[in-house]
Design a protein around this ligand. Structure first.
Ligand SMILES: Cc1ncc(COP(=O)(O)O)c(C=O)c1O
Length: 392
């Protein structure tokens, strides 16, 4: 049966029209478990749109966002480079024809055995933010290029990456010296302004602070040739975002103005490349109220925090849900996943509007879920199978 879906909640008219291919595929297929459907042509479109704005910067797709082989192989054919977080991600890239010199091992927390493995596979570019990490790289990947990750202390991103990663100015400049003394080649710095930074202008305060460190590094006599500007490029989750080419061009304009002449610039989009290329099809398992006085209905889906929707943590990412009943009257719902874990609640602080007629068995589509869903899905928590992925 073919059903039409309307978007629940506001959608800016300036956003990309929904993928007709995705809609057709979803309408013509049944799914016996939560399934992410990815339109690989749409990934290509995003790559081209970002590339048009990024200009001379090399795109290193952040594989962690979605490592589906079809996505990686398409990006290889488009000339993308890759940011890999682990041996597993490097293996995926190589298996799809990526050349080792296009892959950077961007995790600052690496197993020595994996560094050695990557070095033997031809990887020569590594990230670090600490002395011990540099020592590991020097021992297992001697002579390699390294970039030092800088801490981004204040982020305006919906999914910030502060605190856990990077180091401050003095440490960063000292680590350049340490790298050199260990026989490594310290080529520059990296940073990440935080994932889902909705507007390019939100980068500005971070870039001011980071550019100061770049110039201090150069003034200290380091021949810095590489700047890795990380990810942060947003996807549409209901709140207005800048279109990808405009956004990337605005970022590059700021980078050029603040950092000056940099020989090599890398960008590592993950979410901005794949999120809008994917839709999850799942179903309602239960609609209930805890008491007669309960003001909110509870809507339990067949997918939850542990089966793909991890980014609902702190209600940070608010997905867009569509049902075949969206033309009916709406009311606020607490949304939860199917597992026997009380942390498996998706939205409670800010309930989600859903049709009052919604009931068990109804299909639910979750838009723009191509990033950070399949990779966050547990293997078999509570016996539920991991999120299935279909690439079209
Ligand atoms: C080192 C690094 N680069 C790039 C990315 C991708 O970021 P985004 O999905 O915001 O583009 C991440 C995300 O965690 C990251 O850790």
């Amino acid at each position: 049966m073919t059903m039409t879906y309307a978007v629940a909640g506001a959608q800016s008219a300036s956003q990309h029209p929904m993928s007709a291919r995705l809609d057709a595929y979803v309408a013509n297929n049944e799914f016996d478990r939560p399934t992410l459907i990815v339109d690989v042509d749409r990934v290509e479109e995003q790559f081209n749109a970002l590339k048009a704005g990024l200009g001379r910067a090399d795109i290193h797709y952040a594989v962690k966002a979605n490592p589906a082989l079809e996505i990686i192989s398409r990006l290889v054919s488009l000339g993308s480079h890759f940011d890999a977080a682990s041996r597993g991600e490097i293996e995926i890239c190589l298996s799809q024809g990526a050349r080792p010199e296009t892959i950077s091992f961007g995790n600052t927390i690496k197993r020595p055995a994996d560094i050695a493995w990557a070095y033997n596979a031809g990887i020569r570019l590594f990230a670090a933010d600490a002395d011990e990490e540099l020592e590991k790289i020097a021992e297992h990947a001697p002579g390699s290029d390294v970039y030092i990750r800088l801490i981004v202390e204040v982020s305006q991103a919906d999914w910030p990456l502060t605190r856990k990663f990077g180091c401050d100015k003095d440490t960063a400049i000292r680590l350049l010296d340490v790298a050199k003394s260990l026989g490594l080649n310290p080529v520059g710095f990296s940073f990440h302004v935080g994932s889902q930074t909705r507007k390019a202008e939100m980068w500005e305060p971070s870039l001011d602070a980071l550019a100061e460190i770049w110039h201090a590094g150069k003034a200290a006599g380091h021949d810095l040739t590489l700047l890795n500007i990380g990810g942060g490029f947003p996807a549409f989750y209901g709140e207005a975002i800048q279109a990808p080419t405009d956004y990337a061009a605005a970022v590059m304009e700021m980078i050029n103005a603040k950092f000056g002449d940099v020989a090599t610039i890398m960008a590592e989009p993950g979410r901005g490349m794949v999120a809008e290329a994917g839709v999850i099809a799942c179903e309602v398992l239960l609609v209930s109220r805890k008491s007669d006085r309960d003001v909110h209905r509870w809507v339990y889906l067949s997918i939850g925090r542990f089966s793909g929707l991890a980014e609902t943590e702190g209600e940070a990412i608010r997905y867009q849900f569509e049902t075949p009943r969206d033309n009916d009257a709406m009311g606020p719902c607490i949304m939860a996943g199917p597992s026997c874990d009380s942390a498996d609640v998706l939205y409670e602080k800010r309930p989600m509007p859903l049709p009052l007629t919604l009931k068990a068995g109804d299909r639910v589509l979750i838009r723009n879920t191509g990033a950070y869903t399949s990779t966050y899905s547990s293997v078999c928590f509570n016996g539920f199978p991991p999120l299935d992925v279909v690439c079209i």
